[in-house]
Write a protein that binds this ligand. Structure first.
Ligand SMILES: Nc1ncnc2c1ncn2[C@@H]1O[C@H](COP(=O)(O)OP(=O)(O)OP(=O)(O)O)[C@@H](O)[C@H]1O
Ligand SMILES: [Mg+2]
Length: 407
């Protein structure tokens, strides 16, 4: 039975042991906290669904392979982009455990580490972390792999380690520069719009609208496939900061979308600054509606560890305006309610987020005013032409926006 010592941070603090079993069709795992961790003064539960106690926590992947691991470990494993690279580089037949422990240890999401009995990382994909000056080379490798995955074994081998460790579907790599770790998000071969210019512009707009946002800037701006550089918020110098997705914080199983009021409930339970996080989340809902971000699923929200068994809502990331007639969210606003991207519903929900009605209207009005006054310029500042910016007009100018401006 494959197993790993689970440790935290640069100091490899042992927190427990993960055992994994696969009988072909079914995969399951068993995690047990270490006795010394359970007794430690600075202990904390790796996730709300993995409470501190003796004995085994079982996870079974009968219906959904990914639930073969507890959510906090699944959060540290690659998604479709990284898995495609790893499968090509290492060969097929990889289990959920393989994807988790074999991906690069240094760039893995959060602070979790998966070690062998010798206390060394089990991952065997450990080329040096590329520097910012290597972005162009990485972009070429990623493009070749995207265009023809079957013919790009060598590219996959080069990329699978540090480029394949993070979650998400878009092509990306980790890079080091200016003393920080960054995610480089590449323009995809499938993009029909300047997606990465829009992503950087939108994160900058989010900051202007008062949100806490990951630092972002555009690289290779003058080329036709620019790269969005997003600073990793789960690193502080060499320190690794534990991270869980909102999906894990909610202990959410299955494929259907969750709800923002459920995230609010979790914030009340685990946040070190619940009121600030509730206000922040409500403003994010408003921003998401007003920029027509449709990709607000539960893995695009998360929490970073704040010490003392408390968490903070992580900085906002992966917010992308996508003009479309169907204005729906992936995360519904009110538990059990509709998934419409509706400001009316957001206002109805404001008290769940500790925001008073009048204040809520004021916030919606302010966010809409900032967006309508700045979105086009923000896009052009990231190098879009007037015609390219116009492709995003319907994402920023729509009925909800008009409603907010009228408040
Ligand atoms: N600034 C950041 N710091 C640390 N981790 C991050 C940061 N931004 C994103 N992540 C993590 O990396 C994952 C992938 O990033 P991101 O969501 O931007 O990629 P994506 O491929 O666009 O995702 P999706 O599949 O949702 O479109 C996120 O789910 C999150 O766990
Ligand atoms: Mg994402």
């Amino acid at each position: 039975m494959p197993e790993a010592i689970v440790a935290l941070g640069e100091g490899k603090r042992i927190v427990g042991r993960l055992r994994f079993e696969s009988d072909g069709r079914r995969q399951h795992s068993q995690f047990e906290y270490d006795a010394a961790w359970l007794a430690a003064e600075d202990r904390f539960a790796l996730a709300p669904g993995l409470p501190l106690r003796e004995g085994s926590h079982f996870s079974s992947g009968k219906d959904d392979k990914r639930s073969a691991l507890p959510g906090c470990f699944a959060d540290a494993a690659p998604d479709s982009w990284g898995r495609a690279l790893m499968t090509k580089a290492l060969g097929g037949g990889l289990s959920e455990f393989d994807y988790l422990v074999l991906s690069d240890d240094r760039t893995r999401q959060g602070a979790l580490r998966f070690l062998g009995e010798d206390m060394e990382p089990l991952s065997d994909l450990t080329p040096p972390i590329p520097r910012l000056v290597e972005l162009e080379r990485l972009r070429t490798l990623a493009q070749r792999f995207e265009r023809d995955p079957s013919g790009a074994e060598e590219e996959a081998r080069d990329l699978a380690g540090v480029a394949g460790s993070l979650g998400g579907a878009r092509p990306k790599a980790n890079v080091e520069g200016d003393g920080h770790l960054w995610i480089a998000k590449f323009t995809s071969a499938q993009d029909t719009k300047p997606v990465e210019r829009a992503e950087v512009a939108t994160l900058k707009l989010a900051r202007m609208c008062g949100l806490r946002v990951a630092d972002a800037r555009l690289e290779l701006r003058d080329s036709d496939s620019p790269i969005a550089l997003i600073r990793r918020f789960d690193r502080r110098g060499d320190t690794r900061i534990p991270y869980i997705s909102a999906r894990t914080a909610l202990d959410w199983q299955g494929e259907e979308g969750g709800f923002y009021t459920d995230i609010a409930e979790v914030i009340r339970q685990i946040s070190s600054k619940p009121v600030e996080d509730l206000h922040e989340l409500w403003r994010r809902i408003v921003f998401t509606i007003l920029v027509s971000n449709k990709d607000d699923h539960l893995k695009n929200h998360g929490f970073i560890y704040a010490g003392g068994d408390r968490w903070r809502l992580s900085p906002a990331f992966d917010i992308n305006p996508s003009p479309s007639r169907h204005r729906v969210l992936e995360t519904g606003i009110i538990q059990g309610g509709s998934f419409d991207a509706s400001l009316e519903i957001a206002l109805e929900a404001c008290e769940f987020f500790d925001v008073k009605r009048d204040k809520a209207r004021q916030i919606a009005h302010d966010v809409a005013t900032t967006l309508s006054g700045n979105w086009r310029r923000a896009m052009q500042e990231e190098g879009m032409t007037g015609d390219e910016a116009r492709l995003y007009q319907d994402a920023f100018e729509h009925s909800e926006c008009a409603r907010a401006l009228g408040m």
